[in-house]
Design a protein around this ligand. Structure first.
Ligand code: 9MR
Length: 330
């Protein structure tokens, strides 16, 4: 009787809470060789990826990152809407989780990001007063960067501040403070963690002669000359295959404008092996390009999954693209 009752209860529970299809969990070492080890052997600091708590808890992501990557960027957990959704009230659960994972597993961390027009809470974007916005920025940067002082390799202090034509994007920061917001942001970040490398990060910097690439270069040179503590330029590199060949010239141009640089959010829609090798070589060939971060582990988890833009497939298996890069680096 007890058994019958138990099995009835069990069936009822299972139909009330149907199990999600389990994600395949494969052998801990998914790829033949660590892409990070190969890249470090070329004199680079890291080959990394992005992650956050939910991703790290799913399938083989954590195992793949532990075995094959040397750096992590929080995909969302350090953004303003995650860390300070309401004024002065900070929340760090997600960011703390990622930092703990990275620290325990000996991975470098790229902090991402303190000043960005997107994923920005309404209380910030509605500020119209210079003093109030300056205070909000300073408090946010000091608190977030200060919390992880000494633990972060590099911070994307400002993100996506340029227009496609190379001028400044319309954002609450630029509209209220003019380009002074850049100096305020970097100086505050420097005070909060003097040892972190401080980056300006943007997308569509993949062609050397493009107006936005040139705008980045011109402005960074001027800011550095004026003493703004910028250490690096990050090129996100969200690409499609036919953009890959131009990245060598683009990185050479960008990296000449700052002490260091990196490819910070790489994905290639419908990328051939040669496309991937071209982009990896774009960093290899420039001595102050410190590393490459791919924007996710597995194709279906990409922010734009069409064209399978990452290095592992839906079964957490290293793709031909991954093995081609490893071979090219060998
Ligand atoms: O990958 C991120 C995705 O999960 C978020 O929904 C999205 C929100 O804007 O941000 C994505 O990451 C972006 C990064 O933070 C900045 N550069 C562009 C990335 C892709 O949108």
């Amino acid at each position: 009787m007890k058994f019958v009752l138990a099995s009835v209860l069990c069936t009822a529970l299972v139909s009330a809470f149907p199990m999600a299809d389990p994600e395949p969990v494969l052998d801990w070492r998914q790829a033949a060789e660590s892409i990070n080890d190969k890249f470090v052997a070329k004199g680079k600091k890291y080959f990394g990826t992005c992650a956050d708590q939910s991703r790290l808890g799913a399938g083989s992501n954590a195992a793949i990152i532990k075995a094959n990557f040397g750096q992590v960027t929080p995909e969302n957990s350090m953004k303003w809407d995650s860390t300070e959704a309401s004024k002065g009230s900070f929340k760090f659960d997600g960011a703390d989780y990622l930092v703990k994972f990275a620290t325990e597993n000996n991975k470098l961390i790229r902090g991402h990001t303190t000043v960005w027009h997107s994923q920005l809470p309404g209380w910030v974007s509605s500020i119209r007063d210079k003093t109030q916005l300056t205070e909000a920025m300073k408090n946010h940067i000091t608190t977030v960067i200060g919390r992880y002082k000494g633990k972060i390799y590099a911070w994307d202090v400002v993100n996506e501040i340029f227009d496609e034509n190379g001028g400044f994007r319309s954002s609450v920061f630029y509209n209220v403070l003019g380009q002074d917001f850049v100096k305020i942001a970097f100086e505050t970040a420097k005070a909060a963690d003097p040892d972190a490398k401080l980056y300006i990060n943007d997308y569509n910097l993949d062609t050397a002669t493009y107006a936005k690439t040139q705008g980045m270069i011109k402005n960074v040179k001027a800011w550095i000359a004026a003493g703004v503590p910028i250490d690096g330029i990050g090129s996100q590199s969200h690409l499609n295959g036919n953009q890959a060949a131009g990245t060598a010239a683009a990185m050479a141009a960008l990296c000449a404008a700052a002490p260091e640089c990196g490819i910070t959010e790489l994905d290639i829609q419908s990328g051939s092996n040669q496309n991937w090798i071209d982009v990896v070589n774009a960093c290899v060939k420039v001595s102050n390009c410190v590393g490459i971060t791919v924007w996710g582990v597995r194709d279906p988890d990409s922010w734009r999954p069409s064209g399978n833009p990452l290095l592992f497939d839906s079964s957490y298996k290293a793709k031909a693209n991954y093995n081609a890069i490893v071979q090219a680096l060998s």
